[in-house]
Design a protein around this ligand. Structure first.
Ligand code: ATP
Ligand code: MG
Length: 140
């Protein structure tokens, strides 16, 4: 079965990307993987003493967010699976796309960082440059 990977951080732009990913998955009759990468590194550098606790909390929140997105996809009749991984977001997204052998990546143009820079955020920028798969960037 063909599959797609949605990079999802729970931000408004990534929710818009979720809608596009659901539409695409329906049209292609593809399975949808929904991936949230928890950047544990950032938290542990700032608060080394309570790094473990923060990591746990971040993973928990991530799982809830991903589950909500998976439910939305399933309600729309799409086969969906949530994935939560710890790591550096763009690298992990590219790695999972390869491992799951998806036919394309769907990603928002922006995330929580907002529309402060040029065209797109740093995560989508790096994914476009590093991935060997087609990348659908959802604007707005
Ligand atoms: N941790 C993450 N896990 C999965 N997908 C992510 C993650 N962070 C961002 N994304 C994906 O990348 C898209 C663009 O977000 P990005 O972080 O590049 O923009 P930004 O937050 O506006 O900018 P920056 O992070 O560079 O300040 C999001 O809509 C989402 O699809
Ligand atoms: Mg961001």
């Amino acid at each position: 079965m063909e599959s797609l990977l949605l990079a999802y951080d729970g931000s408004e732009p990534s929710k818009k990307a979720l809608k596009v990913a659901i539409d695409l998955a329906k049209k292609l009759n593809a399975k949808l993987y929904i991936l949230y990468v928890v950047d544990v590194r950032a938290a542990t550098e700032i608060f080394p003493d309570i790094a473990g606790e923060i990591g746990e909390k971040l993973l928990e929140t991530a799982k809830e967010l991903v589950n909500e997105a998976v439910e939305e996809a399933k309600k729309a009749g799409v086969e969906a699976e949530g994935l939560v991984e710890a790591g550096v977001p763009p690298e992990k997204i590219v790695e999972v796309a390869k491992k799951k052998d998806v036919s394309m990546i769907v990603i928002g143009a922006h995330g929580y960082g907002g529309i402060k820079r040029l065209l797109i955020g740093s995560v989508s920028d790096k994914v476009i440059r590093m991935s060997d798969r087609p990348v659908v960037v959802v604007k707005g």
